[in-house]
Write a protein that binds this ligand. Structure first.
Ligand code: NI
Length: 174
């Protein structure tokens, strides 16, 4: 397993749309393991393959708290089947270091995906898990949290991230 480099906004690769996984091969399993290790090292509650420059429809999530046993969930080819309600959450993103902003999303979702063994499962989620599933699914379509912000916040975050990238030219490759 290996900790991979997380791409930061405004890296254009974050805007690429990921392709469906045709078969859960050993290489795909290895990628999910790298993604989990990268997420835990960050640390973060979720990571999409797009964020490490891999164009596969895969994300990993672990919303367990610091003093709880880890609960890794792997989603391959996720599809959100149902959304209901509305929730406002203070969201962060490993591709937007130091940024935390209120984002409005569906309060509950039903999702279908394959697990790391290639078995199909369905899951109903609410709260943080529902937010994370929507956030990570967006990543696979090249959609970022900044796209969900109002115009003023969007401009502020864009400026802050571009300044950060200019100040730390090597941050995207470390
Ligand atoms: Ni993110």
């Amino acid at each position: 397993m290996a900790v991979r480099t997380i791409l930061h906004y405004p890296d254009p690769r974050l805007r690429e749309k990921a392709r469906p996984v045709e078969k859960v091969t050993p290489e795909i399993v290895k990628l999910t393991e790298d993604m989990a290790e990268t997420m835990y090292a960050a640390p973060g509650v979720g990571l999409a393959a797009t964020q490490i420059g891999e164009r596969h429809r895969i994300f990993v999530i672990d919303i367990a708290g610091d003093d709880e046993p880890s609960e890794l969930q792997v989603f391959i080819n996720p599809e959100i089947l149902e959304r209901s309600g509305e929730i406002v959450w203070d969201e962060g993103c490993l591709s937007f270091p130091t940024v935390v902003e209120e984002i409005t999303r569906a309060a509950k979702v039903k999702v279908r995906a394959l697990d790391a063994k290639g078995a199909s499962f369905e899951l109903e989620a609410e709260g943080l898990l529902a937010v994370a599933i929507q956030h990570e699914t967006d990543h696979l379509d090249g959609v970022l949290m900044i796209d969900k912000m109002g115009m003023l916040k969007k401009r502020m975050v864009d400026r802050k991230m571009r300044k950060r990238a200019a100040d730390r030219p090597r941050s995207a490759s470390t």
